[in-house]
Design a protein around this ligand. Structure first.
Ligand code: 5GP
Ligand code: MN
Length: 339
């Protein structure tokens, strides 16, 4: 690897935390994606291979589209099994916080973590981490939390605990967070990690097909409908807006995860450089943004929707009606002059 992630002090502290821990809890953000699921399960397996007692606790359920991942059933979701989640968090003497960097990204689980005195280790690649962790391994310029986890494992000398399953978990997150190595992957270290993973005979093509090219008929129809009927283009502003309200979602038997990837689609249109997708969820309107180049949708989401993320992929929430959300987005789009 051309660069290292851990300095001497961080290596020392991490080793001390892990050595002293008897009950480790690993957690990740709401609506876990491939990177969140891959990184938590990979680290969990490595630490278990070391003989540690480790549990993955997520704020909510892993979406159906990721149920093919081995080990997902072993995850405790706070919204599904609150009492077990509470027990595991109260018993924990070490937390690993993966693929998020602010406690509100883990919902009610955040309140529990806040009350616990156990140290928190952050392994993450989102911008601007909150100062609430005892150990920071934060690299927003890197492809994925999975890449960070793998490199930390290597630098800590834990390679002996890596097996094919761990390598496949890591591959899942690196692949999904880079759009199959399209974006966020323009530096050599990504491919050094990849070269290493391939030595474990990972089933690359199978993982790609399961993670990125498998859709239910309802899901395909919903996405087709969204593009055909619910996409507005603002060519002068190089922007696109897609909206799906409650009725639209019900019509296609929407399940969580069914709109995954939709927000990227308008970027295929020449001249469209950023996209906003609004989805009416039960409690709020979920805002999801994508861009190309150095236009930061993370800034947009932070300023206007109480969210954040990465320069080219970010999200947030809107509280109000869909019509109000659409108005707000149009005002933002129109206010941007110098794209
Ligand atoms: P997505 O559009 O796929 O839901 O999210 C894209 C990126 O933005 C992800 O890296 C995710 O972590 C981040 N993100 C999505 N929603 C929120 C949010 O409500 N708050 C913050 N801080 N980040 C978000
Ligand atoms: Mn990620």
């Amino acid at each position: 690897m051309r660069t290292t992630l851990l300095d001497i002090q961080t290596t020392y502290d991490l080793r001390r935390f892990v050595t002293n821990a008897r009950n480790i809890v690993i957690t990740c953000h709401l609506s876990p994606d491939g990177d969140a699921v891959g990184s938590t399960l990979a680290l969990c397996r490595v630490l278990r291979n070391m003989g540690k007692r480790v549990d993955v606790v997520t704020p909510d359920m892993v979406p159906r589209s990721l149920h093919f991942v081995p080990g997902v059933r072993d995850i405790t979701a706070f919204t599904i099994n609150e009492s077990r989640a509470r027990f595991l968090v109260s018993r924990a003497d070490l937390f690993f916080c993966l693929d998020f960097n602010s406690l509100h990204r883990i919902d009610k689980l955040g309140e529990l973590l806040d009350k616990s005195h156990a140290p928190r280790v952050l392994l993450d690649h989102h911008l601007q981490p909150e100062p609430i962790f005892d150990l920071f391994v934060s690299y927003p310029e890197l492809s994925s939390t999975c890449e960070i986890v793998y490199r930390v494992i290597q630098e800590m000398g834990w390679r002996n605990y890596v097996d094919k399953m761990v390598a496949q978990y890591i591959y899942l997150g690196m692949m999904t967070d880079t759009g199959n190595f399209t974006y966020s992957s323009d530096y050599p270290d990504v491919y050094e990690v990849l070269a290493d993973l391939v030595t474990y005979n990972i089933e690359k093509q199978k993982i790609y097909n399961l993670a990125m090219n498998t859709f239910s008929a309802d899901c395909l129809r919903l996405q087709g409908y969204a593009l055909s009927e619910k996409m507005q283009l603002f060519p002068d502003k190089h922007a696109a807006l897609i909206t799906l309200d409650k009725n639209n979602l019900e019509r296609f038997n929407y399940k969580r995860g069914d709109s995954e990837g939709l927000v990227n689609k308008p970027l295929a249109i020449p001249g469209i450089d950023w996209v906003v997708f609004l989805r009416e969820d039960p409690d709020n309107i979920k805002v999801s943004c994508r861009s190309v180049g150095d236009f930061s949708v993370s800034e947009i989401c932070k300023q206007h929707f109480g969210g954040g993320g990465h320069i080219n992929a970010a999200g947030g929430d809107f509280h109000g009606t869909m019509d109000e959300a659409i108005e707000k987005v149009k005002t933002i789009i129109n206010s941007i002059n110098d794209f």
